[in-house]
Design a protein. Structure first.
Ligand code: CTP
Length: 445
């Protein structure tokens, strides 16, 4: 019996996929199809596959050509599979011509003609998300760079003349964007808006964009008003709009895996979370204070996200300690006490400590080295060091591409993100509002 194997993503199944599978099957008697896992696709630079792995497997199964379907999860798996399944012929489309010649050492390699004029990328691009930007801050350069890694998002232009915005800042990249002279004009030309404005102006503009019936991705923190936040989240929900906070850690692969592993009981009952995020901002200090305020408002969202994801929202006590300079909290601690666990954060915008995170459990702990908020690596550690485990998940570029992909996915699927849910946003704002209202805050000067 002649065994054939082929691999692919098979996203948004199209005629080209059908022809390929049909031709692959006709090369032998038994066809194995390897469908790439989401993680492997991201690892090899394919970031915005639309359909889930199960759906893509179903796409292949429905053709009736595959005798067996497997999942491709790592580089080098093709060699393992060819040996394991005793494969005679490896085949893929001619767009890969030459690329897989190294497999000739293990079996026959056959490149099949590719169907012209169709691809998953082309289908994804046919309903491009038109993104507008409101604001004028340095971080926008990074956003523009990261957008280039996400197919299906087109940045159409910007509106920068907003109160509190950095009117001085004009990068070459940003200047090349079409400049709109009103928010309304920008809304008219877009499907969604990325808002990067000082905290004081943020909720006002989010409201305006939601009124204009456009999806919103906003810089964090969301706001310092619980009432306003509830109002905005409800407005988005009532109008079937996606309103997401761009806290990049929430969308990072290693962070989401770390949370899932901790919640699965690997280190026992979760007892304590300690997360630190400290910066010495130097020349950027005044800018940061202008945009977001002191340490709690500008950085608190990061550790709060970790503490809430791990311990939940049901804390019994919340307090803060702040060291202030010229009325601004430069270094702060946030403590959350739960019925049977605790969480604490040290954050600073002009002081330095190790920026790591430790999640303690009854059986062991998770150590996430600095910078934990954009980590690609963490360890599970136990009393018996032989049981320790190391985990690696690639963190690409500045990480903004993960939140852009999630934003795009939520808009396409019409569902709010569970990675940074409306409840996550609301609970973050509750803490920030308590701090702003000086509730349980001890000040050291
Ligand atoms: N394929 C083909 N003809 C096309 C598109 C794809 O023969 N028009 C083949 C590829 O060569 C590969 C298999 O189908 O052997 C699965 O390809 P996949 O990467 O899933 O599809 P693409 O449409 O090329 O996806 P993308 O645009 O995301 O790269």
């Amino acid at each position: 019996m002649k065994k054939v194997i082929t691999y692919g993503t098979y996203d948004l199944f199209h005629e080209g996929h059908y022809n390929l599978l049909k031709n692959a099957k006709s090369l032998g008697d038994y066809l194995i199809v390897g469908v790439t896992s989401d993680y492997f696709d991201r690892l090899r630079g394919k970031f915005n596959v639309r359909e889930s792995l199960m759906q893509r497997i179903e796409n292949v199964r429905a053709t009736g050509f595959a005798d067996e379907i497997i999942v491709e999860e790592y580089f080098g798996q093709k060699i393992d599979d060819i040996r394991k399944f005793n494969i005679d012929i490896f085949t893929v489309g001619s767009d890969w011509k030459g690329y897989f010649d190294y497999l000739q050492e293990y079996c026959e390699v056959h490149y099949l003609p590719r169907t012209d004029g169709i691809s998953s990328t082309q289908i994804r691009n046919s309903n491009t998300l038109k993104l507008g930007i409101i604001g004028n801050e340095k971080i926008l350069d990074r956003l523009l760079d990261e957008c280039t890694f996400v197919t299906g998002i087109e940045v159409v232009g910007a509106f920068t003349d907003v109160k509190g915005s950095d009117s001085e800042y004009r990068s070459k990249k940003f200047n090349s964007l079409k400049q709109y002279d009103s928010i309304e004009a920008l809304i008219d030309s877009t499907d969604a808006i990325y808002i990067n404005l000082p905290l004081s102006e943020r909720d006002l503009i989010i409201d305006k964009v939601l009124e204009g019936k456009r999806h919103v991705l906003t810089e964090f923190p969301f706001s310092t008003s619980v009432i306003k936040t509830k109002e905005l989240l409800n407005k988005a929900k009532d109008n079937n709009l996606i309103l997401m906070e761009g806290l990049k850690t929430a969308y990072a692969p290693a962070f989401t895996k770390m949370i899932a592993i901790a919640k699965s009981g690997q280190i026992g009952k979760l007892l304590n979370v300690e997360a630190n995020f400290t910066q010495v901002l130097g020349e950027e200090l005044s800018n940061q204070i202008r945009i977001a305020g002191g340490s709690v408002l500008s950085l608190g969202a990061y550790p709060l996200l970790a503490i809430f994801k791990l311990l939940g929202f049901n804390y019994k006590k919340l307090d803060f300690i702040s060291y202030k300079q010229n009325g601004v909290d430069i270094l702060s601690k946030i403590n959350l006490i739960y019925e049977d666990s605790m969480g604490s954060a040290t954050i600073a915008i002009n002081a330095k400590a190790e920026g790591d995170m430790v999640v303690s459990g009854s059986k062991g702990y998770i150590y996430v080295p600095a910078p934990w908020w954009k980590t690609e690596y963490f360890e599970l550690r136990f009393e018996d060091a032989n049981k320790n485990q190391k985990y690696f998940y690639k963190f690409e570029g500045e990480g903004l591409r993960y939140e852009l992909i999630e934003f795009q996915k939520c808009i396409n699927d019409g569902v709010e993100s569970f990675l940074m849910s409306h409840s996550d946003i609301l609970e973050e704002v509750k803490v920030l509002e308590a701090y702003t209202n000086e509730h349980n805050v001890t000040i050291i000067v």
